[in-house]
Design a binder for this molecule. Sequence first.
Ligand SMILES: [Zn+2]
Length: 217
Amino acid sequence: MAIRTESQDPDLGPALQTYLEGEMAPTLAALGFICSLHANPDGRHGPLMIAKRHEGDHLPTVLIYGHGDVIRGQDASWTRGHGPWTLAQDGERLYGRGTADNKGQHSINIAALAQVLKARGNLGFNVKWLVETGEETGSPGLADFCTAQREALSANVLIASDGPRLRRDRPTVFLGSRGVANFELTLKLREARTTAATGWPSEEPGHGAGECHRLPG
Ligand SMILES: [Zn+2]
């Protein structure tokens, strides 16, 4: 949390490198992962990391995704906790930039792997991690990187703990994602009509258009 990985601030490129090099790589290396850092293929944006823990050729391979960057800290707007760059606990809640997107999620996944290793000594499957540092700026270079690293990233299943959560008190699991398209929708609402005039069920103007669903990601 203390590493200001604001990918939307072009001056904070070194923090992105620090997060992978100084935080993620040693944490995963301690769990038996071999980590490799890669410069962004576009030559301008944040680096990416692949970490692998291979237990056997006959075992299935899980590819896990995470992003180490966060949106801007917006320090002045912070009303709870101790600001965006210090992890603060208040009862069941943790405050700090990235707790909910995405440092919290990938920390939980790492902790879960660590617990399984502690209990069993091995996982029973191979794991590959892909960590990028530009998700909050549209994942620059990610597609080219994945194409180039196709073999290194090949797996039986992708588990990506990122994206919207529908309810705070219940886990959200999306089975499958075909990508995300972000767009702005501007509506010019018609006048309300009566059921008698249209034969259709009566609607408030614009009703039904206020809720837009997007694919997980
Ligand atoms: Zn995210």
